[in-house]
Design a binder for this molecule. Structure first.
Ligand code: SF4
Ligand code: SF4
Length: 203
């Protein structure tokens, strides 16, 4: 049994006049309209890559690690890796002498997985990972998309805009200073255990 034809005319369809049914006059009319607009409208397009686009400070480009005095600020706490939704971050930590105590042996971000959400930047206690303004990433293969410390580390002077923006956004809420509630700032099981012990002692 033959099925229902797919392209049946609907009840509300407008009837085309003779010229419209000829098809070509309508195409020429459309082209004429486009050509008129080319000269009248201002240009919104960039001649990329000759012309570059400079995003504002709140733009989230590829995540980078902040380099300070030739070293990474990162203390290899793994928080960013835990917060990263597509699990794009991995690292190996080692203990070192000095106030930092830990640093990454290696640190990698898979840029094919990264969704530029900025969660890593938000959770980092050291302001060691920030969202840069770089948006034009190209790769030849999957291995090339995995950025190590050599490509992630960026001197803090080059990230001054973003670091200043983050500092401006921290804490001031609607014009007043925000008291950071301690219960929101638990980063480890150790904090939870300490809290539980202190509650028991108080009781
Ligand atoms: S921006 Fe988001 S997806 Fe990309 S590395 Fe950071 S947390 Fe992961
Ligand atoms: S959260 Fe910050 S300090 Fe911790 S591992 Fe990530 S980049 Fe390093």
């Amino acid at each position: 049994m033959p099925g229902k034809p797919v392209n049946t005319a609907t009840k509300n369809e407008r009837k085309l006049n003779f010229w419209e049914r000829l098809y070509l006059p309508e195409v020429l009319k459309g082209l004429g309209w486009s050509i008129r607009k080319i000269w009248k409208e201002p240009s919104y397009t960039f001649q990329y890559p000759e012309e570059q686009w400079y995003p504002s400070d709140n733009y989230r480009g590829r995540p980078v690690l902040v380099q300070e005095e030739g070293k990474t600020r990162c203390v290899s706490c793994n928080l960013c890796a835990r917060a990263c939704p597509p699990m794009a971050i991995s690292m190996e930590s080692r203990e070192i002498d000095g106030p930092k105590e830990r640093e990454p042996v290696w640190f990698e971000i898979d840029m094919l997985r990264c969704i530029y959400c900025g969660f890593c930047e938000e959770v980092c206690p050291e302001e060691a990972i920030v969202m840069s303004k770089e948006y034009d990433l190209t790769f030849q293969d999957r291995e090339e998309a995995i950025f190590g410390l050599d490509r992630l580390l960026v001197p803090k002077e080059r990230l001054a805009d973003r670091l200043a923006f983050l500092r401006k956004q921290q804490n001031p809420q609607f014009g007043s200073t925000w008291e950071y509630p301690r219960e929101n700032n638990r980063h480890s099981l150790r904090d939870l255990t300490t809290d539980a012990e202190s509650i028991q002692t108080e009781q």
